[in-house]
Design a protein around this ligand. Structure first.
Ligand SMILES: [Zn+2]
Length: 208
């Protein structure tokens, strides 16, 4: 018996007899009237970062895109990875979301891989993907940040860079400049469940 498969199936049965029963009308409405989320979340694939839990939202409330290390590549560093761009384009152009929030997080393995130089030894796809942040890595290393602070500083700078990169997408730049769209940076500290939001100076302040 595959216990992980059983865990999934059992979880689904609990869902269908519990939460899904209570939300039956909501699910039907989302199909009849379509989804109209006004918030897009871009966060890491990491299993410890769950936007629906963090923001306590229902199905239909947020449009999510998850990838390794919550990276938004700039238009010039896309290569052939259109997944993130496609999700952002759909969110902004079709759904007309009013907020895009990028969430970095504590102990991000993708960020650690980039710091360890994985982006220069890109034999695997994780390395190729995190190489998008090689320049961010170099910039931080040149600042002689103490070793124990490098991981968190890179997690925060990764969020700042993803926000800058979002602005290289013309339709995002236009939506932001016309006031239809706001970009937010944030960081989730998993160990104490603390969400920090980036202010206009690029500093992260706790929402707690
Ligand atoms: Zn991560």
């Amino acid at each position: 018996m595959n216990t992980y498969k059983e865990k999934l199936f059992l979880g689904y049965r609990n869902f269908i007899s519990g939460k899904a029963k209570l939300q039956r009308d909501l699910y039907q409405d989302l199909i009849i009237n379509g989804q109209k989320p006004k918030i897009m979340v871009i966060c890491c694939s990491d299993s410890r970062v769950n936007p629906s839990d963090i923001f306590n939202v229902k199905p239909g409330d947020i449009f999510e895109h998850q990838n390794v290390a919550n990276i938004v590549p700039s238009v010039d560093s896309l290569g052939s990875s259109y997944g993130t761009l496609a999700a952002v384009e759909y969110a902004v152009m079709a759904l007309k979301v009013e907020v895009i929030i990028v969430i970095g997080h504590e102990a991000c393995g993708g960020i650690k891989g980039c710091l360890d130089g994985m982006g220069y030894n890109a034999s695997g796809y994780v390395g190729k993907w995190v190489s998008v942040f090689n320049e961010v890595r170099e910039k931080l290393i040149q600042q002689h940040i103490p070793k124990e602070k490098l991981q968190i500083e890179m997690e925060l700078e990764g969020v700042r860079q993803s926000l800058r990169n979002l602005m290289t997408y013309k339709f995002v730049e236009e939506a932001v400049n016309s006031g239809q769209l706001e970009l937010l940076g944030s960081h989730f500290s998993v160990s104490n469940r603390e969400l920090s939001i980036m202010n206009s100076n690029g500093e992260f302040k706790s929402l707690k």
